[in-house]
Design a protein around this ligand. Structure first.
Ligand SMILES: NC(=O)C1=CN([C@@H]2O[C@H](COP(=O)(O)OP(=O)(O)OC[C@H]3O[C@@H](n4cnc5c(N)ncnc54)[C@H](O)[C@@H]3O)[C@@H](O)[C@H]2O)C=CC1
Ligand SMILES: CC(C)CC(=O)C(=O)O
Ligand SMILES: [Mg+2]
Length: 349
């Protein structure tokens, strides 16, 4: 029986449309000849829409997108739009509305990938970043704006409910991995209210996963270990802001931001999960075919895995590993679509 994947596609801004085109190219290629087809519905959201209508994401948009099985997103953000308007009003609104409380960001150092690390060792970890709380909820304000007496607050919201559910998800992921190790990253020596809540939730949930080793490091020390001993990490669980920052660093040590994939997961299935590269809209290289679409292609693989199409996900994963290996010692610069073509050819066999 034929299965049709019903995808919402939000290409977005900057390099978003360029990398999404390649993600869809590889998706088509991996499904060709199988009993799975794909139906994509594009949603024209982002800077262009905002300039034309003043809208970022309406309730009607949300209701329409909610009907799809999954969402593939490129990137959001444009220098011509006030900072925060699209990031908050579109990207975070999607993550919050669809309760994407697990922001999943794997980091693997593939053989031959250039890394600034002297002795990287076996780098293979996943960051489980909380996706719906923390300092990103918009709980803040400012007074006397623009005056020397300005005061601005950005309050980090951490609920027992929200922390417990993401911690439990991270434990389950750790338990399913060979090393079975979970590291909580926070700053509970200073952020005592939020930090102690996170620590207590980890201690409580740990009782359900006795075979998982648990450790902790402060976020500042975590940045040291990511650079001088990243192989120590298996699953990291952390809040929305720390996870955002650590995963750009994680990308930088594992071949660069052009390889870093992510999934915004709603584990309950109540809403579609959303898959997107870790990077942003990269206005500095947009429209020039300079972006590496591999992060988006790997995000497609995460999406397929999430949807139960593990064989197809593995084929994409393998194709990426082969493509990365083919870059070693080869200085040729390829365009975004040339990399997509190469990956599509590899998954097609
Ligand atoms: N998920 C999203 O949609 C995100 C959106 N943003 C937004 O994107 C805009 C630009 O933000 P930045 O801080 O510059 O971060 P960015 O991730 O867009 O770019 C940072 C650096 O990485 C490079 N880069 C990014 N993606 C690349 C790729 N696929 N291949 C090769 N190089 C790549 C860029 O050229 C730039 O030098 C802002 O409006 C920001 O708010 C930022 C991060 C995530
Ligand atoms: C613009 C931010 C909200 C997104 C971001 O940097 C991220 O999710 O990594
Ligand atoms: Mg980020």
């Amino acid at each position: 029986m034929t299965r049709t994947l019903d995808l919402a596609v939000i290409a977005g801004d900057g390099i978003g449309p360029e990398v999404v085109a390649e993600g869809l190219k590889v998706l088509d290629a991996v499904l060709t000849g199988s009993d799975v087809t794909v139906a994509t519905t594009p949603y024209e959201l982002g800077a262009k829409r905002w300039h034309a209508t003043g809208e970022t994401l309406t309730e009607e948009d949300l209701a329409a997108i909610a009907k799809h099985e999954a969402i593939l997103l490129g990137a959001i953000g444009d220098p011509g739009v006030p900072s925060g308007v699209l990031e908050r009003g579109l990207l975070l609104k999607l993550r919050f509305a669809f309760d994407h409380y697990v922001n999943l960001r794997p980091s693997v150092l593939y053989p031959g990938v250039p890394t600034p690390l002297a002795n990287p060792g076996d780098v293979d970890f996943v960051v489980v970043r909380e996706g719906t709380e923390g300092p990103y909820v918009g709980n803040g304000g400012a007074i006397r704006v623009g005056t020397p007496a300005e005061v601005a607050n950005e309050v980090s919201v951490n609920t027992a409910y929200g922390v417990e559910r993401v911690v439990r998800d991270a434990f389950a992921r750790a338990q399913a991995r060979p090393r079975k190790k979970l590291t909580l990253v926070h700053k509970h020596n200073v952020l005592v209210h939020a930090g102690h809540l996170w620590r207590r939730q980890v201690e409580a949930v740990a009782a359900e996963f006795p075979d998982v080793t648990v450790d902790y490091c402060h976020v500042d020390a975590a940045t040291i270990y990511l650079v001088n001993d990243p192989a120590r990490f298996d699953v990291i669980v952390t809040d929305n802001l720390f996870g955002d920052i650590l995963t750009d660093l994680a990308a930088a040590i594992t071949g660069g931001i052009g390889l870093a994939a992510s999934g915004n997961i709603n584990p309950t299935g109540a809403f579609p999960s959303m898959f997107e590269p870790v990077h942003g809209s990269a206005p500095d290289i947009a429209g020039q075919q300079k972006a590496d679409p591999t992060a988006t292609v790997l995000s497609v693989a995460l999406m397929l895995e999430h949807l139960g199409l593990t064989e197809q996900a593995s084929r994409i994963q393998r194709a990426v590993e082969e493509d990365i290996a083919s870059r070693v010692g080869n200085p040729a610069v390829r365009t975004t679509s040339e990399i997509g073509d190469a990956l599509a050819a590899r998954v097609a066999g």
